[in-house]
Design a binder for this molecule. Structure first.
Ligand code: AHR
Length: 622
């Protein structure tokens, strides 16, 4: 093949093309990215969260007692009305305990410190010691500490525990030294070593894997989680900030519990920590698919008489993120620990909603209000769910009519679709709304992912770079999946309590994130055989990093044979040795890592594209 780069034909492209989309699906938050090790710390699990199917899914889920101790749930005088249930432990003999199993075991690391905190009261009114023990089922002890519980008023107690030996499967025992009756709530155990050492922080290894993608933005909290299953399940940001015990936990429409331990403060902080723009997505006043779940007469839309206050909440979010200390919500942000504004630029309104009258009416109201008060904020609308052949007609009609700055498209497709739709954005009207490709992934049978899916995603990313003047943002979805709790496939990163297992698709996202550019330079690929089947399987994208002026060439070859390729650079002002990164293997491989090597470069040079490969060549300016 021959690739000819035409430096005369260049255009600026989006500097925010590569991002990530976090949704609490597949246990991505509690038991996942959120570093909390105690499951159901708030005793707020409810049978209804599992549709009544899992009889163990109650307020005592993941808790047990030993000996003759009894655990009951009470709700009289809770710590806070948003967290209305708490545990009452009654012991009649010394040594009986309340035991937390964590998320199918508590993983501990040797030599590391852990923060144990709990709210407690001693119902008998006496002072009493609690022995806090991290041990495994065989009784082997990994750390111990003591908490002195004083009196009948809720008080928060905190201690630090140093772990002696690593284990994947500890449990937490709370053992009163005096028999009696104790009330407990918000029993929490965190590693000190969270991502960037933040309190109430994120699991360091998972968060690092996300940071390594070099995302320019993070979308949160969904997906379907953002608009919820029914009006009561719409994600309300105000319920997720401030003291943990005052946050309002909620049913997760993926069939489990959201503790809200990761809330808006934590999402924004994470964005700041990794240098990414926050992209909150708020329900457009309608819940998931807005038609059937809102109850009689509501059809899943917030009643009109409540829309003003709903819109005010959205305006308050912008004030919370960007307002200074003279503003009401800026003060709240500062009181929650973040004095400087976050500099929010984007807000998503709606997620994959059916474009119905119900949706439109509410979307228009929200859009108008944000535009009037915060014209500098880029509102990202939705063009609705994907349906073959309709190309989001209704969504685009609305976007064009009211000039929504950007719209969110979603599609999950087969490799063949990605191969045959490389021109998907080539003819998009550049004068209309920009595109945020908010959810996409390729999947083979059984919705699996492997080198094959990752390479067609690379083909698509080459097309997105080529169309980076109209496609402003993109994010693969879903991002995270816990082994044993995977509800949606494919996913970018799998994990369990101790390991993070990245996919080949992850490697592709990372290569495009790390080697992104802000200037697109036209190029042409010519294969000796002009057969369109072959032509569609070799692709090139050339970008320039505006800071370093490095030239980055990404070449995808999904043919089963290697392709010797001559690259012609008409302008050459680079060091003679470039970095070459190759990702290659068998199409069915699920674990492939990129390999770095050196590539001699000149105004024209040869390289070999292995069968089934992505090659990135990064040329450094002289
Ligand atoms: O990414 C998984 C789900 O797919 C999202 O929650 C939803 O927006 C889409 O249907």
């Amino acid at each position: 093949a021959q690739v000819t780069v035409d430096f005369q034909k260049r255009k600026p492209i989006s500097s925010t093309l590569m991002g990530i989309f976090f949704e609490d699906l597949n246990y991505a938050a509690d038991g996942g990215l959120y570093a909390e090790l105690i499951q159901n710390r708030d005793f707020e699990y409810k049978l209804s969260e599992k549709g009544g199917n899992d009889k163990s899914w109650t307020a005592t889920k993941a808790w047990q007692t030993t000996g003759q101790a009894k655990l009951t749930i009470d709700s009289i005088r809770p710590i806070h009305y948003n967290n209305s249930h708490f545990a009452v432990l009654t012991t009649t003999q010394k040594g009986d305990a309340l035991v937390a199993e964590g998320y199918e075991g508590i993983a501990l690391k040797a030599g590391e410190a852990y923060y144990l905190s709990l709210f407690a009261k001693n119902m008998t009114g006496k002072n009493s010691k609690l022995s806090i023990q991290l041990k495994d089922a065989s009784g082997k002890v990994f750390a111990v500490g003591v908490v002195n519980v004083k009196g009948t008023i809720w008080q928060k107690y905190e201690i630090s525990l140093l772990v002696k030996e690593s284990t994947a499967n500890a449990e937490l025992s709370i053992v009163p030294e005096t028999a009696g009756q104790y009330a407990f709530d918000m029993i929490s155990l965190f590693p000190k070593n969270t991502f960037k050492g933040r309190r109430n922080g994120l699991r360091a290894d998972i968060a690092q894997a996300l940071a390594d993608l070099h995302p320019r933005f993070v979308r949160f909290p969904g997906g379907c989680v953002a608009h919820g299953n029914g009006l009561d399940n719409i994600y309300r940001w105000k319920n997720t900030i401030g003291k943990l015990e005052e946050r309002k936990p909620m049913f997760n429409l993926w069939g489990y519990h959201q503790s809200m331990g990761i809330g808006y403060g934590e999402y924004f902080q994470f964005c700041e920590d990794i240098g990414a723009q926050p992209l909150p997505v708020i329900a457009a006043g309608v819940c998931c698919q807005n038609s059937s779940v809102g109850g009689a007469g509501q059809q899943g839309g917030i009643p009109m008489e409540q829309m003003d206050s709903y819109i005010q909440d959205i305006l308050d979010l912008i004030e919370w993120a960007n307002g200074d200390l003279t503003t009401k919500w800026g003060k709240v942000r500062a009181a929650n620990g973040h004095i400087k504004p976050y500099n929010l630029k984007y807000i998503g309104i709606g997620n994959e909603d059916l474009i119905t009258d119900l949706f439109e009416e509410r979307f228009r109201m929200i859009f108008k209000a944000i535009k009037a008060k915060y014209p500098e904020i880029i509102v990202i609308g939705t063009v609705g769910p994907w349906s073959e052949g309709t190309d989001y007609v209704e969504g685009w009609k609305l976007a064009n009519e009211i000039a929504i700055p950007m719209v969110d498209e979603h599609y999950y497709q087969s490799p063949g679709w990605f191969i045959n739709n490389q021109d998907y954005y080539d003819n998009y009207d550049r004068s209309k709304s920009k595109v945020y490709l908010g959810e996409y992934a390729a999947h083979i049978g059984g919705r699996a992912n492997n080198l094959h899916t990752s390479l067609v995603e690379a083909l698509h990313l080459n097309s997105l770079e080529r169309n980076g003047d109209v496609v402003s943002m993109s994010s693969y979805a879903p991002l995270l999946a816990k082994e044993g709790h995977t509800q949606w496939k494919p996913d970018l990163i799998f994990f369990n309590n101790t390991e993070v297992k990245t996919t080949v698709d992850y490697e592709v996202q990372k290569l495009y994130g790390v080697h992104a550019g802000e200037s697109y330079i036209a190029s042409q690929v010519e294969l000796s055989d002009m057969d369109s089947y072959l032509q569609k399987r070799v692709s090139v994208s050339v970008v320039e990093d505006s800071k370093t002026k490095d030239l980055i060439i990404k070449l995808v070859n999904i043919l089963p044979t290697s392709v010797d390729t001559k690259l012609n650079l008409k302008e050459f002002d680079y060091l003679p040795e470039a970095l070459k990164i190759t990702l290659t293997g068998k199409l069915k491989d699920t674990k492939v890592l990129p390999v770095e090597s050196k590539q001699s470069v000149g105004s024209s040079f040869y390289t070999n594209l292995p069968a089934h490969s992505l090659t990135v060549i990064r040329l450094q300016r002289k």
